[in-house]
Design a protein. Structure first.
Length: 72
């Protein structure tokens, strides 16, 4: 079982040292695909705290990312 969602990075905040917070919200518009995802996930938030600068560099504000939820 898996669920796929599409989120957009709204903010990347540098904390102390190499700590970063990445905030992602569901996509709402911009393409037909985004409209379809919005119908299934109209609200939500993912907030990641990483102490790995290289990981934080993989994200960009405004960038859209697929998120896969798979039972462990």
């Amino acid at each position: 079982m898996s669920v796929r969602a599409k989120f957009k990075v709204e903010a990347i905040t540098r904390r102390s040292g190499d700590a970063f917070t990445v905030e992602l919200w569901p996509v709402t518009s911009g393409s037909e695909e985004n409209a379809q995802f919005y119908k299934c996930t109209p609200s939500g938030k993912i907030e990641l705290l990483t102490i790995n600068a290289a990981a934080a560099d993989q994200f960009e504000v405004g960038g859209e990312y697929y998120v896969e939820f798979v039972k462990a």
